[in-house]
Design a protein around this ligand. Structure first.
Ligand code: ADE
Ligand code: ZN
Length: 326
């Protein structure tokens, strides 16, 4: 069976990766020691053992606690560089990388420190690894729109270091409408717009992400299948969904990979892509996401080609690069 080799070797884009979710326990412990930060776990093994999640919130609690070891520009650089080395090995030729500045600025880390560390690693990856990559700043939806506006203000001196904004964190009870004004401002600024919607939240949140926030892609979006008219619209308008198979199983959006709806999404003509979300927490980087869903679902080489093709179509890369990869 040559499918695993094809999945591994095919050039692809990753469009849904939270850089704080790429922080491996080993690096987390090293940074904790370097910065004199105490972790509430005695060892790497004990920390990994705590990665048993029952839903999105139970993951987010541990994920935000883990990010507390990040203090200096070097820390942000080291984390992003480790991800980009891994991505290059996996034949990721394009990466659009989320970061959550509020997780850091709320602890007294300067926006400039976060952005300099991350964007320095990306610049190095373009040069040394030949990976095309850019940053997308995410607003935390459990915080207020006022807080998002302040974050945007703090980030504007670094406007050229990120290409867009997203919306992540606790979905239920925090509908896209809550961020209508700040997304409108970002749209005026010419930023690309994306939002997590329809991961745990209802299909209505996907509709309002499109109609109220005017996003260009939906992150996750798997719950769209509950609304057939919405599925038809997503297919007709070719709105990409950045699906994260291992994440969905770890956070109990689907109880087993065999139950994942990726095959259905493709069959209905949706521009679905495969992504890793938070690879250090969910048991695998991009290629392991491909391997896991191709093992569990009736997907073949045609689907593999389609998913890679969708990832380039959905990306915010330059038109010239997209033509080259596509
Ligand atoms: N932040 C990191 N991963 C996330 C996810 N899967 N959903 C919402 N917010 C996140
Ligand atoms: Zn995500």
């Amino acid at each position: 069976d040559r499918l695993p080799a094809l999945l591994e070797a095919m050039p692809k884009a990753e469009l849904h990766i939270h850089i704080e979710g790429s922080l491996e326990p080993e690096l987390m412990f090293r940074l904790a020691e370097r910065n004199g930060v105490a972790l509430p776990y005695p060892s790497v093994e004990a920390l990994r053992a705590a990665y048993a999640f029952k839903d999105l919130q139970s993951f987010l609690d541990i994920y935000y606690a883990g990010a507390s070891v990040l203090r200096t520009e070097q820390d942000f650089h080291d984390m992003a560089w480790a991800y980009l080395v891994k991505a290059a090995q996996e034949h990721v030729v394009r990466a659009e990388i989320f970061f959550d500045p509020q997780t850091h600025t709320a602890r007294g880390v300067e926006m400039g420190t976060v952005v300099a560390g991350l964007s320095g690693a990306l610049e190095r990856a373009r040069r040394e690894l030949g990976v095309s990559c850019d940053l997308i700043l995410c607003f935390l939806r459990h915080l207020s729109e006022e807080d998002a506006f302040q974050t945007l203000e703090q980030a504007l001196p670094y406007r050229d270091r990120f290409i867009g904004v997203g919306l992540d964190s606790s979905e239920r009870g925090h509908p896209p409408e809550k961020f209508a004004r700040v997304f409108a401002r970002c749209r005026e600024l010419g930023l690309h717009l994306v939002a997590h919607a329809g991961e745990e939240g209802p299909p209505e949140y996907i509709r309002s992400a499109l109609d109220v926030l005017h996003v260009e892609r939906i992150d996750h979006g798997v719950r769209c299948v509950e609304d057939p008219a919405l599925v038809r619209r997503l297919a007709e308008q070719r709105v990409p969904l950045t699906v994260c198979p291992l994440s969905n199983v770890k956070l109990c959006v689907f109880s087993r990979m065999e139950d994942h709806n990726l095959g259905q999404l493709l069959a209905r003509g949706l521009v679905a892509t495969v992504n890793s979300d938070d690879p250090a927490y969910f048991g695998g980087y991009l290629n392991q996401n491909f391997q896991a869903c191709f093992e569990a679902l009736p997907l073949d080489a045609t689907h593999a080609w389609q998913l890679a093709s969708h990832s380039f179509e959905a990306s915010f890369a330059d038109a010239a690069d997209k033509r080259r990869w596509h």
